[in-house]
Design a protein around this ligand. Sequence first.
Ligand code: C2E
Ligand code: CA
Ligand code: CA
Ligand code: CA
Length: 279
Amino acid sequence: VKPQGGDALAFFDGELQFQASRRLLLAHELRDALADDQFELYFQPQLVHPGVVMGAEVLLRWRHPARGLLGPYEFIDFAEESGMIVAIGEQVLRKACRQLALWQQQPARAQLELSVNISARQFRQRDFVQVVQGILKETQIDASALKLELTESMLVDDFDHVVSKMQQLQLHGIRFALDDFGTGYSSLVYLKRLPLYQLKIDRGFIDDLLRDENEQAIVRTIILLGQTLGLEVLAEGVENAGQLKALLQLGCYHYQGFHFAKPLPLAEFEQFLQQHLAT
Ligand code: C2E
Ligand code: CA
Ligand code: CA
Ligand code: CA
C-alpha cells in the first residue's frame, strides 16, 4: 500500500518550485543591490595587546529595501553558488580600498589596516590578481594596509597556482590571513609553503576556552604553530575578559570580538577609534 505517494510527490514538486522561485527572486535582488549600492561595509575593530586598535575586519551587510539590514548568513551562500559573490566581493574590496585611501591622507589614521574576506570562488577567478591590481592603481593606497582573509577551502585547489597568486599580490605589499583556522584540513606542509602573515583562530575554539580542556589544547597548539612558523596569531570571537586573559596567558596578543566591539558602521568605528586614541 502506498496511499500517500502521489501527494508526497506533489508536495515535493511544490516545494521545489517554491525554492526555485525564491532563488530567482534572490538573484534578481542581489543584482539590484549591486547596482543600487545597497551593500555596506561594517568594521569590527582588531586590537593588539594592551588594547591598541590596529584596524578592522570588513564585514558585509546588505541594506535590503524591504527586509532591513541583512547579515552575510542570509545571502552569502547563495551569492557564492550563483557566482555573484565575484562581483560583490570586488565591490567590497574597492570600497575597503577607498576607505584606506581616505584614512591614509589623515595622519592620525594613516596606520589603520583593513582585513577583507575573500571567497573561494572569487580567489579562483582567472583575473583575480589583475582585478586587485586595478583597484590598487585606482585608489593609490599603500597596500601594506590591506590584508586578505583566505580560508582553508581554497587550498584544495591547485596549490602552486594559489601560492603564485598570493606571491603576485604580496609584491604590492598585500598580506594574507588564514581565516577560521583549525576548522579545515590544511596540512602542515602546505601551511609552511603559503606566504601567510596571520592565522585567525576560529571563534568556535574561543567560545569554550574556559570550560573545555580539548579546545584549550587546540588553541594552545595553534598559537605554538603560528609562533613556530613566524606568523601573527589573532583570536576571533573574544566575548569576555576571562577568554582574553586565557589567550594572553597562552601567548596570543591579537584579538577581535564582542568584548571589545561588534562590527560597526563607519561613523561608529571612527568614534571607537577616537575613544581609544583618547585613553
Ligand atoms: P568570518 O569571516 O568568520 O567573520 C566573523 C564573524 O563572527 C562575523 O559574522 C562577526 O560579526 C562575528 N563575530 C565577531 N566577533 C564575535 C563575537 O565575539 N561573538 C560572536 N558570536 N560573533 C562574533 P558576520 O558579520 O555575520 O559574517 C559572517 C561570515 O560571512 C564571515 O565569517 C565571513 O565568512 C562571511 N563574510 C562577511 N563579509 C564578507 C565579505 O565581504 N566577503 C565574503 N566572501 N564573505 C564575507
Ligand atoms: Ca573573516
Ligand atoms: Ca573567521
Ligand atoms: Ca567550541
